[in-house]
Ligand binder design. Structure first.
Ligand code: URA
Length: 209
């Protein structure tokens, strides 16, 4: 599964474990999601291009490296993806943001799009799709298709936790997309919650449980 990168750095693992705990409060959960997202993004941009330029330090003239022509856009899948945006913007404060709203139809279980707002020049941007929980993978798969239809060429997916079922779906539908995760969990339960997971990410982020 070359397409899947599990970022199992001890800091990520520690912070994800705090997220999972039932007693972690909303305000703590938000901060943890923000920090984990920044660490996932740090890995996801490891291949970003840099260019050398002359600089002057307080001591001497030197050569320095700057990130070259990167135009990131962070696309949150509503609503839980919103919790990942601040962490991503901390690393790239100048980035743009997009939003894709999906709900799952009660009868068919198929994702239905109710909102989509993306920058017009998306084909030139580095797209990072933010979806904290890859359960069945249905929402992420649909959101990736929306991005591709809008012209996006470079897409990476950042998630906190995935179930094997979700990963399988995304790999089969979108084999070209790299996925960055803090954990690949055990399974889905009968209600399509990830086990052990962290519960409903949206409820935990917004205190709506
Ligand atoms: N969405 C969540 O927020 N949590 C899960 O466990 C599965 C889907």
């Amino acid at each position: 599964m070359e397409q899947v990168n599990v970022v199992d750095h001890p800091l990520v693992v520690h912070k994800l474990t705090q997220c999972r705990r039932r007693e972690t409060e909303t305000w703590q959960f938000r901060g943890l999601v923000e920090e984990i997202t920044a660490m996932l993004l740090y890995e996801a941009v490891r291949d970003i291009e840099t260019e050398e330029k002359d600089i002057v330090t307080p001591v001497t003239a030197a050569k320095g490296k700057f990130i070259k022509d990167s135009e990131p856009v962070f696309i949150a899948v509503l609503r839980a993806g919103l919790g990942m945006v601040p962490g991503a913007l901390r690393l790239f404060p100048y980035a743009r943001a997009g939003h894709i709203g999906l709900y799952r139809d009660h009868d068919t279980h198929v994702p239905v799009e109710y909102y989509c707002n993306l920058p017009p020049n998306i084909s030139e941007l580095d797209c990072f799709l933010l979806e904290p929980m890859l359960a069945t993978g249905g929402s992420a798969t649909h959101a990736i298709s929306v991005l591709k239809k809008a012209g996006a060429k470079k897409i990476k997916l950042l998630s906190l936790i995935a179930a094997p079922e979700g990963i399988k779906t995304i790999i089969s539908e979108h084999p070209d997309i790299k996925i960055y995760l803090a954990s690949l969990d055990e399974k889905l339960n009968e209600n399509a919650y990830i086990v052990p997971g962290l519960g409903d990410a949206g409820d935990r982020l917004f205190g709506t449980a």
